[in-house]
Design a protein around this ligand. Structure first.
Ligand code: PLP
Length: 355
């Protein structure tokens, strides 16, 4: 099949210099990247070309008004070397929902889906195969018009880069339940994967880190009464044998609708576990912690997969979190990874082969 992309291959691969034995999340990039430019309303033919620096002027709008969105996905290799994506259409849809909220034109589906497939295929030797390792895929979409008027750009660039990935968190994660700062508000951009959402998290997270907490669980901006999400993860609370997690769009515009979250809800239901998707009060979780009914809390997301949290602080109250023998987090992590790495049948059609 003739490619719909212009392909310019790297002269000499950087692979021989790449050290896969100490993978630090998101620091090393594969040989190629995908680039598609939208100039004055017209898409130019997308290119796959050597990973390289960008040629932008200081006036490019992305630097001033944060018209910038991104996605996060992974490519997995099975024991026979077959390569798979996980629910890529969901990332595509979320990217265009984010684009719409930031006043950016939609990205054509074939650039996103076929572009990623073609890029990953070309750089497949960069997919690490150790336990839990994968190739992290980072699509990003930015405003490139050189003009400092505060209005939407007339030009954009969609890009995809890839990074061999191991664990996202290198140590245990304790969380602080935030009762002062906010990440998102009703009607805002919390549900979009807007770059600015992450910048807004950094300062409060730095403060939490100084207190010994690696992440924040955000609460609603209006009352700081309901638990939302943490860093780059949605959060699940197990009280007794029931799982609770906060609602996303359309009920809430404050929380990113995670692909992992959606998958875990499905897996939980199919494991016969009761899942309540509803606003989760800080007070009920603290009460459950105090009376012994809080069994576990875990974060879920593409980068971290499923991460049991080990401690939680709210105002002056701190508790270590239980790590039960029948952990739901462990059960779902295994079920999810078995599908992602092609170790079991995929009854849901989530796994998408790249061939
Ligand atoms: C703010 C936020 N919440 C949740 C998630 C989890 O989403 P997903 O499971 O699609 O990776 C992410 C990561 O993408 C995120 O950045």
């Amino acid at each position: 099949m003739k490619s719909k992309f212009i392909i310019e291959k790297i002269q000499q691969s950087k692979l021989p210099q790449a050290d896969f034995s100490h993978l630090v999340f998101g620091k090393m990039f594969s040989d190629h990247m995908l680039v598609a430019d939208l100039i004055d309303g017209q898409w130019e033919t997308p290119k796959i070309m050597p990973y390289q620096a960008l040629p932008y002027e200081p006036s490019a709008k992305v630097f001033h008004y944060a018209q910038a969105i991104f996605e996060g996905m992974k490519a997995y290799k099975d024991k026979d070397g077959n390569i798979f994506l996980f629910r890529p259409e969901d990332n595509f849809e979320r990217m265009n929902n984010s684009a719409m909220r930031l006043g950016m034109p939609p990205i054509p589906k074939e650039y996103f889906i076929d572009g990623i497939k073609e890029l990953v295929k070309l750089d497949q030797d960069w997919i690490p195969t150790g336990d839990g390792e994968s190739l992290y895929i980072r699509p990003v979409y930015i405003a490139t018009e050189n003009a400092v008027a505060a209005s939407p750009s007339d030009s954009y660039r969609f890009m995809v880069m890839c990074s061999p990935a191991g664990k996202y968190y290198s140590g245990d994660v304790k969380v602080k339940i935030e009762d002062r700062y906010s990440r998102a508000c009703d009607g805002g951009v919390g549900y979009a994967k807007a770059a600015g959402n992450y910048a807004a998290q950094f300062y409060p997270t730095q403060l939490a880190k100084k207190e010994g907490f690696q992440q924040i669980i955000w609460t609603d901006a209006r009352e700081h009464k309901y638990l939302e999400e943490a860093g780059t993860m949605n959060v699940f609370f197990r009280i007794g044998d029931k799982l609770l997690t906060a609602p996303t769009v359309p009920e809430s515009t404050r929380i990113l609708p995670g692909v992992t979250r959606k998958s875990i809800i499905q897996l939980a239901k199919d494991h016969g576990i009761d899942v309540e998707v509803r606003p989760v009060e800080v007070a009920e979780v603290i009460e459950a912690a105090k009376n012994g009914n809080l069994k576990e809390i875990f974060g879920v997301g593409t980068a971290a997969t499923v991460l049991p949290l080990i401690g939680m602080k709210y105002k002056d109250y701190y508790t270590d979190l239980p790590q039960p023998d029948d952990s739901y987090a462990d059960k779902f992590k295994k079920a999810l990874m078995d599908i992602q790495y092609n170790r079991v049948e995929d009854p849901y059609g989530w796994r998408v082969a790249i061939d």
